[in-house]
Design a protein around this ligand. Structure first.
Ligand code: MTE
Ligand code: MO
Length: 432
């Protein structure tokens, strides 16, 4: 009880500290400093020629009723947002083994819209009729069972917000990406709805000798991964919905395994089979792939949890600061190990760091949005963010990471990402 009170008051103190800082440091942030540098047009000014839709005129779109409801039974973004799409790298063959990245530099908040959720496929996207889809649970269980989707949906459900990240995000070697999406766009976050895997395993009578579940997808790759039983009996889920609607085909419709915080590859899509066993399968995806070659020549296998990571999404590579003065620095942080505790931001090439404001709610194994008010003086600058999670783990610099990991690794790069801003306000990858 006493420790609870202490934690609560410490939390309150920290929050009021950051509030003070926002009001203090920004000073007149809410007054003339922001307005002064953001600009806006004084009311007295007349609209320029050719701007008939600007005040004080009545714009065209107020002069007649808008589009008919029935014209779009499933909503799509405004046509003016047509550039906010998945980042599909044209230089890669994008059929059998494909990936499309979330445009994280263009998004706000922590939830990825379903149409922009990243995709990574090893055998294309199968078209599965949910009526014909089955999940087979067998091996070390008392009651081996084949479930229909209707059976799965009859179990008590749960909804939780979690990120998903591919461990090939980003690679260690040049050429490095230009934008936040090029670098870390194999990352998304959604509210997932489904069934607790633990519940299903208990219902089937999981035997105590079972130490792993081997999960298999119903795609042409028959993607197969071995999941330690502890995770299966913790927060693993069989999910059928994503942000309120059924999973998109690209995300594993009609059923996927969700292992919150584990590397993306283990979250088997189009899930058709779970086998309870004593030893891992040592499948292709956990031997030849998704392992890291260490400097001493050994391979690091079974990296389950994604380590703490963060990236500034605005301003970020490919964007431009058009004016000096007030700019909000914002980005996302996440950790497979639980909650983000703190995010630090440096605007002076790593010489000093200040604590960013975290947007509530800060959720377990979910993206956390951070912000820092900043006054850009128009001089070249290098900005970067550093995440610290609730275990105390601190996101490393690229040099710190490679001093341990070497440069033969392909996966699990969670290094700090610095952005360079030049005198024209152009933002580029400071590592490139
Ligand atoms: N059956 C199956 N499951 C799969 C894959 C696949 O190709 N087939 N790709 C894996 C990889 S490498 C990742 S990163 C995530 C990608 O999930 P998403 O496409 O929903 O973003 O799914 C994993 N599960
Ligand atoms: Mo992946």
């Amino acid at each position: 009880m006493a420790s609870k009170t202490t934690a609560a008051s410490a939390d309150k103190a920290r929050r009021s500290l950051s509030r003070r800082r926002l009001l203090g440091e920004g000073g007149a942030l809410l007054g003339s400093a922001v307005m002064g540098s953001i600009g806006g047009q004084a009311l007295a000014e007349q609209p320029a020629p050719g701007s008939e839709n600007l005040p004080p005129n009545i714009p065209d779109w107020m002069k007649a009723p808008g589009a008919d409801m029935g014209s779009q039974p499933y909503g799509t973004p405004s046509p003016f947002e047509k550039n906010v799409v998945k980042n599909i790298q044209a230089n890669l063959p994008q059929y059998i083994s494909a990936s499309g990245r979330t445009p994280i530099g263009d998004l706000d908040g922590i939830i990825t819209p379903n149409g922009l959720f990243y995709e990574r496929h090893h055998g294309g996207v199968p078209a599965i009729d949910p009526e014909q889809h089955r999940l087979m649970l067998h091996g070390l269980v008392e009651r081996p069972t084949i479930f229909t989707m209707e059976d799965i949906r009859r179990f008590p459900s749960q909804s939780r917000i979690h990120f998903l990240e591919c461990s090939g995000n980003p690679v260690y070697t040049k050429p490095y990406g230009k934008t936040a999406s090029d670098l870390v766009g194999l990352l998304s976050c959604a509210e997932w709805t489904g069934v607790s895997l633990k519940l299903v395993l208990e219902e089937a009578g999981l035997r105590p000798e079972a130490k792993w579940l081997v999960a298999e997808g119903a795609d042409a790759a028959a993607l197969t991964r071995s999941i330690p039983i502890e995770k299966c009996l913790d927060d693993a889920m069989l999910v059928y919905s994503q942000n309120g609607e059924r999973l998109r085909p690209q995300q594993g419709y009609p059923l996927r395994l969700l292992l919150p915080g584990f590397e993306g590859n283990m979250n088997v899509k189009w899930l058709r089979r779970l086998k309870a066993v004593t030893e891992p399968a040592y499948s292709r995806e956990e031997t030849s792939k998704y392992t890291d070659l260490m400097p001493d020549g050994t391979a690091r296998e079974f990296t389950f949890y994604m380590e703490a990571k963060s990236i500034i999404t605005r301003p970020s590579g490919g964007q431009q600061l058009r004016q000096k003065g007030f700019h909000e620095i914002t980005g996302i942080a996440w950790t497979g190990h639980g909650k983000i505790k703190r995010v630090d931001i440096s605007v002076d090439d790593g010489k000093s760091w200040q604590e960013a404001e975290l947007q509530e709610p800060v959720l377990t194994r979910a993206l956390t949005r951070f912000r820092l008010p900043w006054h850009w003086d128009g001089e070249p600058a290098v900005i970067q963010s550093r995440a610290i999670d609730e275990t105390g783990y601190v996101q490393p610099t690229f040099a710190e990471l490679t001093s341990v990991r070497g440069v033969n690794s392909y996966y699990h790069n969670n290094a700090i990402q610095p952005w360079r801003i030049d005198a024209q306000g152009q933002v580029t990858n400071a590592n490139a």
